[in-house]
Ligand binder design. Structure first.
Ligand code: ZN
Length: 308
């Protein structure tokens, strides 16, 4: 089975779980401290890749994991994790306790956006996680990694209201989930990821400003990988989000499909002006649901009008 594992400072492993069978789409992290933890599990279909990578590192049991948020590309495989490792313990936002033991509602809601067929084929079906395996996180909760090392869970809404980021003070790594956006391999810029119903610029920027105050060496993104210029990337994300909102605000009255097409065409043109190579542009454009981005921004603009 194909593998791509990179080791960073303080025994942090970046593991590509080949989401949708493609490299560089979703990374999970294993912090191999005295009391180790896995960050993110990925969708169900990625689970065999995750396990084979962990086993190649000599890890035959994973006792704990921390989930950034409840989107299925991040937590789809959590039921598999709990089934494979007896007494496995999952740290997650409290909404996880409501949805993961009977994930049908979550599945149905996501199916409406992606269609059930697409979901089953690309991310795979989800299994329930018993309540006893779940732990609801509090803001600023410290997860013990052993020998005085702690992983701090920082509540960070904006991309989703059930989003946590995780900060390791020893390596100064921030596990971002989707709070920042997307950085696909070979790209050194952030592409926003602003889905409905929760995207809210003011809330997201407040989260990013709180995270910017941490002492950071590394940003670990779910999509994708560990990056060494944290403050630059956070600024870059904020600028892009502002530009996107401005663009969508000024769109003429088009259908959703046409708005999405206009947004992606505008992006391609901008990326070309910036001198970004064709392959990288393709990565950023083909792996994104632009209709969802339009809906996320429009939903935010409507909310903003109601509560300026
Ligand atoms: Zn995601």
């Amino acid at each position: 089975m194909k593998q791509d594992i990179k080791k960073f400072d303080e025994n942090i492993y970046q593991i590509d779980v080949f989401m949708e069978n493609k490299p560089g789409r979703m990374s999970c992290y294993y912090i191999d401290s005295n009391n180790p933890i896995l960050v993110e599990v990925g969708p169900s279909n990625s689970f065999p890749y995750l396990i084979s990578s962990l086993e190649s590192l000599g890890i035959s049991e994973v006792k704990r994991s921390a989930m950034t948020h409840l989107h299925l590309d991040h937590i789809g495989g959590v039921g598999h994790l709990v089934e494979k490792y007896k007494n496995h313990f999952v740290y997650i936002h409290e909404l996880g306790l409501k949805h993961l033991p009977s994930p049908e509602r979550l599945w149905n809601a996501v199916s409406k956006v992606y269609t059930e067929e697409w979901l089953s084929t690309n991310w795979g079906e989800i299994k329930p996680t018993p309540l006893k395996n779940l732990h609801s996180l509090q803001d600023k909760e410290l997860i013990d990694l052993g020998k005085g090392r702690k992983l701090e869970a920082i509540y960070g809404p904006g991309h989703a209201k059930h989003h946590f980021t995780f900060y390791d003070e020893v390596s100064k790594t921030l596990f971002m989930g989707d709070t920042l956006g997307l950085i696909y391999p070979h790209g050194d810029f952030v592409q926003p990821n602003l889905p409905p119903p929760d995207f809210n610029k003011e809330i997201l920027f407040k989260t990013l400003e709180e995270l910017e105050n941490l002492e950071l060496e590394y940003l670990a993104l779910a999509h994708f990988g560990i990056h060494k210029n944290p403050y630059e990337l956070i600024e870059n994300a904020k600028q892009s989000i502002d530009t996107w909102i401005g663009f969508v605000k000024n769109l003429p009255n088009l259908s959703l499909t046409d708005s999405a097409k206009t947004l992606s065409n505008w992006l391609v043109a901008n990326y070309k002006i910036l001198g970004i190579d064709e392959e990288t542009i393709k990565n950023y454009i083909t792996n994104v649901n632009f209709e969802m981005q339009i809906e996320g921004i429009k939903n935010y603009l409507v909310q903003q009008k109601k509560n300026p």
